[in-house]
Design a binder for this molecule. Sequence first.
Ligand code: NAP
Length: 286
Amino acid sequence: MSDHYAVIGNPVEHSLSPAIHAEFARATGQDVAYTKILAPLDGFEAAARKFFKDGGKGLNVTLPFKRQAWDLVNFPTDAESGYAIDAQAVNTIKLVGEELLGYNTDGLGLIADLERNLVVPIPGKRVLLMGAGGATYGVVHPILVREPGLLVVANRTLDKANQLVAHFQKGRRIAVGELSAKPYDQLSGSQFDIVINATSAGLKNEMPPLPAEVFAPGALAYDMVYGKVTPFLKFAGAHGAQTSDGLGMLVEQAAESFLIWRGVRPATKPVIDLLRREGGGRRAEG
Ligand code: NAP
């Protein structure tokens, strides 16, 4: 019988994860079945425990359960465990013996998309991260480990960005250098090499109130939302930045999960290309 994995969320019906993992399994010759679980909003833990009791080997966790998954799991002792601990969110669970181990692969997925696929290295770069929700928490530590010259977090609700910065400053595992929080209206006069939209504004065809001059010459504008040209990407392109949506991040974080579960990291480019040909996904998950 195939080893059983699944993505659990609410809603989950439009998730691209089953298609991505089916491609990974086919390409690597792994005997894997990957399904979707729609958990009731008040029933994440029961649904997850039932999945593992019935023989499941691993789960991807998507909105709105990543924080509850963090409460459910233990953390492995390898180098990447700190990402999930600091993010206070878990998107990958692996059953090891009787124990549920939790990981967060979103940050590694973003880094892989930026550095490998888009060939935009982070070390020394000035990075602006917009948003202070779960997606931002997931990527701050992996970005800092890559030693950017500067990491500024901007958020509509400034208090949340301040809390995020305080959270990572009291983190035990990393020395936090140039990490700061700013309101959007204090970004005028600053320039960044990488501008990442980790807000959900694009889903509503909105964008954060970003001054046009933030894009340094040759800057990359990256929107975690995928499958559409968001107002942020249009704005960035009109002001000279190169642009990317978050489809590559989605596939790369899935590849990191596959690696955790199966010990092999599948090639991602063929899957990204396939999904782009098929329309790039019609709704965001993550
Ligand atoms: P979240 O926790 O709900 O946070 C949403 C953030 O967006 C908050 O900081 C919020 O600001 C901000 N925001 C919403 N509408 C805005 C607007 N009109 N103007 C300015 N800021 C606005 O969501 P999340 O979990 O962090 O996810 C954020 C996005 O990333 C989602 O679209 C998600 O699908 C995507 N994502 C993609 C991947 C991937 O693999 N590609 C992975 C993870 C997440 P306030 O604090 O002021 O409300």
